[in-house]
Structures are given as C-alpha cells and as structure tokens.
Design a binder for this molecule. Sequence first.
Ligand code: HEM
Length: 453
Amino acid sequence: MPSILTRLIGGDLAALTADPLGEFVRRSRLGGVVPLKIGVARGHLVSDPALVRHVLLDNIDNYDKHTPAFDAVRVVLGNGMLTSGGSFWKRQRRISQPAFHGESVHHFAPIMSRLASETADAWSRAAAAGEPVDACTDMMKVTLRIVAETLFGDDLAESAAEVNRVFPVILACLAARVSSPIRPPLWLPTATNWRLRPALQSLNSIVEGLIATKRRRLAVRSGPQGGHRDLLTILMLARDAETGEAMGDAQLRDEVMTLMIAGHETTANALSWLWYLLDRHPDEQERLRAEIIAATGGSAPTVDDLPRLPRLKAVIQETLRLYPPVWMFDRRALGPDDLTGTKVARGDLVIFCPYAIHRLPDLWSDPEAFRPERFEAGREEQKNKFAYLPFSAGPRTCIGNSFAMIESQIIVGTLLSRFRARLADPAPITPRPRVTLRTSRPVTLRLEQAPLA
Ligand code: HEM
C-alpha cells in the first residue's frame, strides 16, 4: 500500500509502489522506452536488449550510479565497487578483478564445501527429530558464513557472533532506506537511524580491527603463507597493473562491506527460490539427484565435479531467470542521450527490471514456465547477454558471478546428495520485491534423509 508521502510525491511512484512487479511487467510489454515519472525525476524503463546494451556497454560513460536507490545504501557501502563510479571505480575493479576469476574462486571452494556440509549436518538433525527447516534463514546463514570466511579466514572467529547479530539489523535498515522516498542523513534521530547507527558502528570496528590485524601480520611476513589466502589479504596485496597503487584502509573497509552485503543476501535469495521451485518440480529434484550420483558416486560434489553437473547449473540459471534477486536496478544520465528516438536528459534515470525482461514473450518462450533446458549449451534463448540480466551485463556486471554460481552449485549439490526436500505448506509462494526479491513467506521444508552414497 503506497504511503501518504508516496502519494504526495505523485507521478508513477504510487502505482509502482503498490505493485512493482506487476507494473514493471505490464509496462515493459508496451515495448520501446517507457516513460516513468518518479516525483521530480524523469525515468525511462528500458527492456529492449539492444538498448540495455547501449546503456550498460556502448555508452556506459554517460551513466553513473547517483540514483536515489544507490544513494540510500552509500551510508553503509561508502565508495565501494558497487556504488562508486568513473575512473575511481575502474581502478577498484581492475585491482579486485583477479581475485574473482574462476581459478581464484576455485581456491575458496573448500570453504564453501565445508560450510555446506555443516548445513547438511544441521538439516540431518532436524530431519531425525522430524522438524522442518527454514530454508531462507539457513541459506542466509550459510552464505554469510561463506562470504565472511572467504574474506577473513579464521580471523573472524571471535567476532562471528557479533557479525551474525548486527548484519540482519543493517540489512533491514538498508531495505527501509531504499524503499522510503526520503533518506535522512545518518545523524538524524529517526527510528531507522536509531537502529542502524550502533549496528554499523559495531560492524565498522570489527572490519577495521580485522584490516589492522591483517596489516600487522603481513608486515612481519613477506606475504600470505601456505597458500591459505583469504580475500582480504588478496585485496590488500593487489596492485593496480597500470599504476602500481594498492588500496588504503578506508577503501578496503568499503570494499569489504560491499562484498559482504552484495555477496550474501543475493545468493541466499536465489537459493530460497530454488528450494521452492524444486518442490514444485519434484521430478527435477530426482533428476538432479541422479546427475549427482552419476558424477560423484553419490557423495557431495566438490568444485572438480561441477563440470559434470550441467543440469544443476541450468536449474540455478533458470531460477535466476524467474526470480532474479536483483529484480531492478538503475542508472543516472550524466549528459543527453538518444534511445532510438527517446531523448534522455542529464539527470534522468534509466531503469532496468530483470524480472520483467526475463518474462518478455518475444525473448523467452512460455516465459512463466520453469524450463532449465533453456540453458543447455547452444540454446538460442540464452545467447543474448543483454536479455538475461541476473548479474547485469557489460563492464559493471557482477564481479561475484562465478563465486555465486560455484557457491550455489556446491550448497545445493551437497544438500541434494543427502536429502529430498518438500515444502511443509504446499500453498504457492509469491515474490516480494524488497532490496532483493524475497519470498512472500518462509520457505519451510520437510526433509527426507535420502543419502545417495
Ligand atoms: C546470485 C547471486 C548474485 C546476484 C544475483 C548478483 C547480482 C548483481 C548485479 C545485478 C549487479 C550489478 C548491479 C548494478 O550494476 O547496478 C552486481 C554487482 C556486484 N556484485 Fe553481485 N550478485 C550476486 C552475488 C555476488 C557475490 C557472491 C559477490 C561477491 C562475493 C557479489 C559482488 C558484487 C559486486 C562487488 C558488484 C559491483 C560490481 C561493479 O559495479 O563493478 N555479487 N551483482
């Protein structure tokens, strides 16, 4: 229900707030560039893949991220890779990129496997006690632990409980800021700021402490020992290939916050939807279990098994098509542009809604149907990179794409090698667009212990 403030701001905001997904799907089917009026801002909803490409790739330098949504999260993310722009962003991306290449991510796979197994053990105990599990909560927990251990290694151990406590508070406050038409500065004593400030202070001091510890340790050693590199060490040691510069502490803090926030709720969300879809398609669940047994003999798949699990990858990709966690994102024009006849003026917003683009009947046959085979090698539907945007596209595509895919395959593969999962309540679940695309209620699963090995 739109608030009074939203109604007063006027334009399309009230309709878009009342039913964002329905409105974006309906408007994106009108074709071309659809004008949107959001308060005083002019927006353009772009769904045609050629125009998506124009904004995200060909004319990328004409757009930045100073939009209300990105401004709302800057209080936490600072000038990290997700929110920065221009030559500063380019440098940060260049320095960080090697840490996210497929090979580097393989290095983190044992952490993912160990934490996925721990989740499986917890599920085993629940199944033995005849208790259901809450997949949303468990996927949030495991993805937060994975990103935190990947970043900090063992150093986090003593602060882990505090991170687990403050993180949900920070995420909830960010969600409140993004969905509110006004974003008061952090010092104003609003209800949200009242909760956000102490949580953020606590997380900041943990992260700053971890950076300082790591610096001290690196100063006494010439480099990380024994190949046990955590992501923070990699980022600390990285040098810009063009200038030789390294990241300072303040910048490291912003990147660490960014990776924790960008790399955890998104993946958790996708996995919650995946468990829902596997309940709707029990035959698919059996098919995946059969694929795992053929690839591993029945044990939990490791990163080396993943090339033999193409169906599992396709199921994750199809889940990301139907329920893209980043269901909408936007850009601000720095100067005029022309989108096949539609004039874009400096300051205008260009809006992309992957949830709607992934449902365009011209791009996807029978778009509401769950069909992982769309993502089989060589299929036409997935060939246009600018029609499939769960990770966005172009130079600012998600740097954690490979990380998220490998992590998702390992978590789901590990759990499927030990359980069959069905929804405790079979009623349909619908999407709730918040910062990410949440489920309308918890995905509560009843588990059957069904080890393959
Ligand atoms: C299924 C999981 C994920 C999804 C759906 C997702 C989606 C996205 C999308 C759509 C963007 C582009 C946003 C924009 O340009 O406006 C993005 C950027 C980003 N993501 Fe992800 N992400 C996921 C997982 C991760 C993970 C695991 C990490 C890190 C460990 C990560 C780190 C980032 C960063 C740092 C950026 C900013 C990149 C830049 O602008 O250069 N993401 N993500």
